[in-house]
Design a protein around this ligand. Sequence first.
Ligand code: GAL
Length: 997
Amino acid sequence: MACAAISHTFNGFTITEHPDPVRRAETQKYVTWDEHSLFIDGERIMLFSGEFHPYRLPVPSLWLDVFQKIKALGFNCVSFYVDWALVEGKPGEYRAEGIFALEPFFEAAAQAGIYLLARPGPYINAEVSGGGFPGWLQRVNATLRTSDPAYLAATDNYIANVAATISKAQITNGGPVILYQPENEYTNACCGADFPDGSYMQYVIDQARKAGIVVPMISNDASPSGHNVPESGIGAVDVYGHDSYPLGFDCANPTVWPAGNLPTNFRELHLQQSPSTPYSIVEFQAGAFDPWGGPGFDKCAALLNHEFERVFYKNDFSFGVSFLNLYMIFGGTNWGNLGHPGGYTSYDYGSAITESRNVTREKYSELKLIGNFAKVSPSYLTATPGNASTSIYADTPNLTVTPLIGNGNGSASYFVVRHSDYASQASTNYKLTIPTSAGNLTVPQIEEKQLTLNGRDSKIHVVDYKVFGTNILYSTAEVFTWKNFAGGKVLVLYGGNGEYHELAVSSGSDISVIEGSTSDIAQQSTGDAIIIGWDVSSTRRIVQVDDLRIFLLSKNAAYDYWVPELPAAGTLPGFSTQEKTASSIIVKAGYLVRTAYLQGSNLHITADFNATTPIEVIGAPENAKNLCINGQKVRHSVDHNGIWVSNVDFSPPEINLPRLQDLDWKYLDTLPEIQPTYDDSTWTAADRKTTNNTDHPLSTPTSLYSSDYGFHTGYLIYRGHFIAGDQLPVFYIQTQGGTAFGSSVWLDDGWIGSMGDDGSSNSNGTYRLPTLTDGKPHVFTVVIDNMGLDEDWTVGSETMKNPRGILNYELPEGKSYNATPISWKLTGNLGGEDYIDKVRGPLNEGGLYAERQGFHQPEPPSSNWQSSSPFQGLSTPGIGFYSTSFDLDIPSGWDVPLYFTFMNASSSPAYRVQLYVNGYQFGKYVNNIGPQTSFPVPEGILNYRGKNWVALTLWAMQDGGAKLDGFELVYGTPVKTALTGIEPVEQPKYVLREGAY
Ligand code: GAL
């Protein structure tokens, strides 16, 4: 095949790429690898990465915030998916503009100094509708995710476009993208699918190459099972990677770590499967998704907490991992129907960064300790992982120690310690026998001292660890960071409060305690080294050994330390390199430190505060004279150790929020379909005698699958006309909307029943009908909540094609009825695939009357609507639409999380609510299923200083109707923020929609 050269420009440069591997190598010399790690720009680097999906935070000006919070962890990479369903709602029409544009995401990453792994699919899973497949793929007559030509053809336009955009942001063009992942977890198959299908994987790789992708291809096998490994022939990737979710996705019992769930064979499998590529875990568990009716994300954050991070991530380190991506680092929101039916609106995921971008979970702080350690420990990358042992290193079989042994010349070794029963809560004392450059040593060396591993913990003890010429013979306390400042070398260590720790400095001669109490610091000199032992306390001590200052912190104290890079030029941090790492400062602050830079003699720090915060700067550059925090010069003093000391006062602003109950609410019946005069003549007739969904043969005379008619999102409405016969005792119907869906049926204007309040994905209803007059026309109106399309995790399962709509129905025949079978019409969102709202995308709005009209947007024509509020609600089954507006005046300079909160009354009648904020659907509340009652909405969707429009749809599903027992706008802790430039996204207001019915 001829390989056409592809040209494009980035930052004014014209770049020519080649799909041919040999030619590609000529252009792509920026990202290379050996068996230990990747090299970027020639630098051996550990890539510590977090997963963050731009489409789950549809406010591009907030992306920098998340990137900076990731960067502050000591991380240097982000992995992101692109959701095809959001950018090709209509086949052939790729639209990635506004909130869907990727370029601002790339710019924000570059601005924060974060590399990117691009994962555009075409299949992504990701708990999104269809696993990223647009609904129209249900009509493609081919097995998805195989080399079936019709399927491949369906993917071409999307990948050609998305990969071209990504290619412009590759590192070869000065952008942040360093890796590309074709497909997603191409691992499991069933049902006779040809698998593994190398030519399919190759096709997906070639699609990207043809669009200009030159960076290496990395895979993510769902488990370490060796699919598509390098040199395996067709479909092989450049770098093999796999995923792992060892604690699974049930957060109900967050303190239970089931026996046997800690991975132990990853190193062994890596050596078997892909010994020549860096060991890469492309998705490692960092939280969990949660289903409708599930225990909620606070429980997931508790299951996958800071202890999980310590035990599991350090266990990954014990295998020599050098690309580690945590899924998710920030989850975000399944706004606008983008989620799959297995999840609700929140995609918080229990991640280190919460859905409202808050960083107060302890797991964020813990991760910062691990991230910074990895960043300053490149010698880890070339150390050789050994076998886990319960006898060689520790003096108790209750502990397992895995060594990573330095490769000669006194290079550093690492010893990863954990409980043998990884879930143990015991406090286990131990001594460690370790090989060092001074021979085998048993530590602690100071007599009668012991180390302790407290419960669910794991430690990395370093040996022969180099700090700018000083050899740390060993340290049992863990390394946070180390620096070489003009004023001297600094090493920051931490340990659990009350633990005994010890370190030895080779050929150390002089030792003094320069800050804090000397009382429980022991020292001892061997011929080779000076040994320092101490009990960790919450008060910091600084010990000076020759020209090295060692900060001894408790783990909790260390949580307040940050290591912003000090860019050599300009104000932005670079991508993480050792040189740049070396020119960082250490800042003790509180909530968050984002960046630091020097301008003239002003040392600038940008930081966020949620409390009055003492500030210290360790290692201020020599020519820095003034301290500026968020652009304001602040007073500082310099202590006897050269540490700058200052303070930031905090007094929370007054936040005034409207009481939603007191607002002027307008009401509209949004189920006009059940009125006798309703005219559905412009609706789509459901008259297809066959379905294009080849996996699901019809049980009905015409197809009632919504995707056959282009409706893939939100509420669906069906209208079934018939002439009554002489006997219509019962009507049977089966509807399907996906997990936790609901459905209600009306005959003319009378409600006859609802189904699906038990969490199932489809339901049957058998309804006894009232006596009807023989020969008269009647109509059924059926409303179905489409919860999103199923994913397609297992190749061949074709679960993505599970239809939405009416699967079956039966109306027993009477003599007149025989002549007129039910004739059906349907609607979903106005226009279907020709969706109206190009700004908010193809999935945001559903098929209710008010949605079709666009009344959920700002400034609906509500002046003549009735005044009625959702607190009054409906007294019978039906669907009401409520709209109101209010002004906000949140002080600028504050990041104030806002939530819409529903109150669940003691009884849980079946009702469903959709929450629209300035036209964006930011909540689906299901009162009788839950669990989510509180819906965060970010600034940018909400206008923090200006007018906001809120709309609710209230679907009362049972006798007696429904009303809201409580619905409030509330705020979380205001954070004084350095983040500026948050801009409202486009919020198209209501305009008359031509042809809307
Ligand atoms: C993986 C998949 C991700 C996501 C994750 C669970 O299997 O690759 O896309 O679905 O599981 O959150």
